[in-house]
Design a protein around this ligand. Sequence first.
Ligand code: NAP
Length: 290
Amino acid sequence: MRHGHMRGTEHGGEQAPVLVIGATGKTGRHVVTHLRRLGADVRAVARSTTPTQFDWFDESTWPAAVSRARAAYLVDAQNEHAADRLRAFVAFAADHGLTRLVLLSARGWADSGAPDLLATEEALRGSGDAWTILRPTWFMQGFTEDDLLRAPVRAGTVRLPAGNGGEPFIDARDVAEVAAAVLTREGHEGAVHALSGPRALPLEEAVDTIARATGRTIRYHPVTADEYVADLTAQGVPGGQARFLAQLFTWMRDGEDAHLSSGVQDVLGRAPRDFTSFVAEAASSGVWDA
Ligand SMILES: NC(=O)c1ccc[n+]([C@@H]2O[C@H](COP(=O)([O-])OP(=O)(O)OC[C@H]3O[C@@H](n4cnc5c(N)ncnc54)[C@H](OP(=O)(O)O)[C@@H]3O)[C@@H](O)[C@H]2O)c1
């Protein structure tokens, strides 16, 4: 073991694994990498992983996932059942010896104060365990890993109801590094860490940055929320989901998202990564080639 702070995870003479739920996702797979770098034994799970699988909706997968673990990173089920599933899991985890739970939430949800969006955080707080909540802004990786932003960028026309509102996009790798630190160090119990990138940029600037780095013509067209909902439903997105997505972009438009949060600096002691370097790296990988 290379790091003294990992000693807290010793269990029965063997190092207890840190459970990472959502380990195939934008943050989860980097949480796995960072934990391993810190010397942790990691159990990385999602619906598609082997030998250990985890499904929020199949409790028969839970015992093997939590076996001997003391700490877990939680990416929730991301649908209307997420809070219920989390509540059930938190109770299960307490019965099975997990004492540290780190939940990936979202800053925009928290800032909105909407009870339905805060229900997962409430489920975690109800655990009474040593919980920590991470509230990041929009991930830069939305432009490379999610078709919601990646597909329009590739197509060269980005229509969104975000106006000129700024968003301090965060690199999902920074979120993951914060999560790994919180999972392996004392001192974050009961803490809520808001995490943002180093500067807020409007969608137009984000798109222009990608256009310059790729040498392609990509244009941002601000649209109304109704126009965006119509675009999405025409692509087969269910109405409720389309309206939810429109809401997220209109918060951005109205400047609700533009403020900076210091969580990366506070936890890691360094500045968060900037959008321009993320874009340079992504462009050279060819992810935006049409
Ligand atoms: N994307 C952003 O910009 C952003 C910003 C702030 C906060 N967040 C928050 O981050 C969370 C994750 O969003 P994301 O976009 O980053 O997703 P993601 O982590 O890239 O993907 C979801 C992960 O969850 C797993 N998963 C999905 N359904 C599951 C189920 N029923 N049981 C077990 N695992 C399941 C997926 O793996 P399998 O499909 O293999 O199961 C995958 O590993 C959300 O709660 C979101 O609010 C996202």
